[in-house]
Design a protein around this ligand. Sequence first.
Ligand code: AMP
Ligand code: MN
Ligand code: MN
Length: 327
Amino acid sequence: MPNDLSAALAAAAATLSAASDVTLLAHVNPDADALGSALALGLVLHRRGKAVRVSFGAPESVPETLRGLDVAGLLVPASEVPAAPEVLVALDAGSVGRLGPLADRVGAAGAVVVLDHHVSNPGFGTVNVVDPEAEATALVVLRLLDELGAELDEPVARCVYAGLVTDTRSFRHATPSTHEVAARLLAAGVDAEAVARPLMDSHPFGYLGMLAKVLSRAGLERGAAGGLGFVHAVVTLEDAAGLRPEEVESVVDLVRTTAEAEVAAVLKELRPSCWSVSLRAVSRVDVREVAQVLGGGGHRLAAGFTAEGSAGDVLARLRAALESVAG
Ligand code: AMP
Ligand code: MN
Ligand code: MN
């Protein structure tokens, strides 16, 4: 580990050890890495007698598949996050904006600890532990737990595992040392199948009907993305009615299997004329760069942005951004 990261970890541990009240925030539309990381660290701090709350700016409800990670009842609605937290910890948020409606707490907090793995993170905290080499923020959190001398028991290990298994796509993007971390988590009692199946492999029957509609309208543009191929699909509010965000978020995992396309995109309607867009690449296009052109961010092979307009308008802007990066 580089020296500056070790120093940042020590500073983060010192800040948290001295705190009596800690607010941990995941990014908006939290995934298993953001919320699992927050809950793992939150649980350890809670056991040390600190007042701890975990939250996120939007949506209002906690994703059903992540609720089971909160064994100590640390999750609170965004409306219960103090206006000026004593110590704020931001997890898996590559920029202040990713905290959504809670972004203003960054300027108001007594201290801000940033724990993240986005290469573009500007370091918006007073202490920044940002490791772009880490496959998940959960790994950064585990290093901090070790720095704190915390016990890695099953509930804590499960939260870390949830973030790790999802961000590495079931350990396909994991270094040998990350596999060793996984072994450590399993040895702590994590049931890998019981954690991963609800997160990645389980949907209500209505999912199949939604997929049938959405995938039948998918488009393939073989010449796009500099000739590497581009596949896209659109999930409207009507398509998603009655289903959880989990079902909508997983559509891109099917669309991206298209062999003729290097880049996959799924437009998810948030409200009329407002879209959250997921981008994925196989290996050759840096979709973070594409997302950044459009005001978003992410990682080389998984990125996203939000955009206003009709689906056709958003696709046209995306096509142009793809040509500017991959063309
Ligand atoms: P998603 O497609 O929603 O799973 O997002 C993939 C990755 O892209 C996330 O892990 C984030 O790093 C990033 N990302 C998604 N949406 C945005 C956004 N609106 N702004 C910045 N980064 C984003
Ligand atoms: Mn995330
Ligand atoms: Mn992550």
